[in-house]
Design a protein around this ligand. Structure first.
Ligand code: HEM
Ligand SMILES: *[C@@H]1O[C@H](CO)[C@@H](O)[C@H](O)[C@H]1NC(C)=O
Ligand SMILES: *[C@@H]1O[C@H](CO)[C@@H](O)[C@H](O)[C@H]1NC(C)=O
Length: 323
């Protein structure tokens, strides 16, 4: 067994090499079909693994879409969220209940058999999120640009830069603007909350201690607030509530109908009605065709945030650890 010291210094020099490559290369663009020559089956391998997972677990679409968001927002879409260990993004508070990572691992393992060292974990996340959401439609909903590379580090502090569910509109807008995303992107991407659940921890403050004065958030429809109170009985409840009641698993426009009817579960959902432009877009997104087109455009922009390309970063062999 190698002494501890040499392990540490070897991982330090790897980190240094990786940082050096990062510093010395410029970012080229992403492209659709990046692996066409180097790994022609890459996209169908990921799709097959993901669709098998989605068939077994209807909540996979929400899980993987959220993983993609949590990867991209903190330090760019670079698979930093997948790294295990103390002090990483994954170990930070906002990671709460990230799921679907076993499917990412399974897709990556299949890729390593077909084309070792070729397809990045960051691209696996981007593809698997698209595939999981698309499963219920039986066709792929949007094209994914690929060519991302994986970061060599992850920092817990970065995960705290994810938008907080208690942000008011201007702060939320600003958090998107910092990543080059506008109000149209904010409204379209918030539509992801047509899938999945939230822990009561993010809902109860709106029900019992709003603005610290013990009241109910006036932005929530009173009847709906009473329904939520039955599911989240106290501020310490760890129950999980459906964000889009009635269609938790379908990628549809009912989230926008809920937001318009003051039935947004998170404050950040409700406040979309607090801005004229956002409220107008919430109306527009009631149309499924317009929603899908807007989501496609916005998730492409999200997928390009802070990417590493060319020879920056690395292609991780195991998504959970730096090579
Ligand atoms: C606008 C700022 C956003 C805030 C403040 C926010 C916050 C949250 C919170 C607090 C939860 C509940 C987490 C839990 O308790 O497990 C959640 C769930 C979720 N978020 Fe967001 N989110 C935002 C934007 C997005 C975006 C851009 C996406 C993807 C494109 C996304 C996808 C999801 C999905 C799919 C879930 C459900 C996950 C599941 O049930 O497995 N969110 N979000
Ligand atoms: C994916 O699944 C389809 C349908 O079952 C099959 O025809 C195809 O060969 C699979 N692709 C790969 C790369 O495994
Ligand atoms: C998320 O972070 C917590 C600590 O805040 C940790 O206990 C948990 O295992 C992490 N979840 C995942 C999926 O890594």
């Amino acid at each position: 067994m190698a002494p501890q010291g040499s392990n540490v210094s070897s991982s330090r020099s790897k980190l240094f090499l990786c940082l050096l490559l990062l510093a010395c290369t410029g970012a080229a663009g992403l492209q659709v079909g990046f692996y066409q020559q180097s790994c022609p089956d890459a996209e169908s391998i990921v799709r097959n693994v993901t669709w098998a997972g989605a068939a077994a677990d209807p909540s996979l679409a929400g899980k993987l879409l959220r993983v993609y968001f949590h990867d991209c927002f903190p330090q760019g879409c670079d698979a930093s969220v997948l790294l295990d260990g103390r002090g990483t993004e994954k170990a930070a508070g906002p990671n709460l209940s990230l799921g679907g990572l076993d499917v990412v691992d399974a897709a990556k393992a299949a890729l390593e058999v077909a084309c070792p060292g070729t397809v990045s974990c960051a691209d696996v996340v981007a593809l698997a999120a698209r595939d999981a959401v698309s499963f219920q439609f039986g066709r792929l909903l949007w094209e994914v640009e690929t060519g991302r590379r994986d970061s060599c580090f992850s920092d817990e502090a970065d995960a705290t830069s994810l938008p907080n569910p208690e942000f008011v509109f201007p702060i939320l807008k600003d958090s998107f603007a910092k990543r080059g995303l506008g109000v149209a992107d904010l409204v379209a991407l918030s539509g992801a909350h047509t899938l999945g659940r939230t822990t009561c921890m993010f809902v109860s403050p709106r029900l019992y201690t709003f603005r610290g004065n013990g009241g109910v958030d006036p932005l929530i429809d009173p009847g709906y607030a009473r329904e939520l109170m039955q599911q989240c009985q106290s501020t310490s409840s760890t129950n999980r509530v459906v964000m889009d009641p009635g269609s938790e698993f379908s990628f549809d426009t009912s989230y926008y109908a809920a937001v318009k009817a003051n039935r947004g579960v998170l404050l950040t959902d409700s406040v979309l009605m607090h801005d004229d432009e956002a409220a107008r877009l919430v109306d527009e997104m009631q149309d499924q065709g317009k929603f899908l087109a807007a989501f496609e455009a916005s998730i492409r922009r999200m997928g390009a945030i802070g990417v590493l390309t060319g020879s920056a970063g690395e292609i991780r062999r195991n998504c959970r650890v730096v090579n």
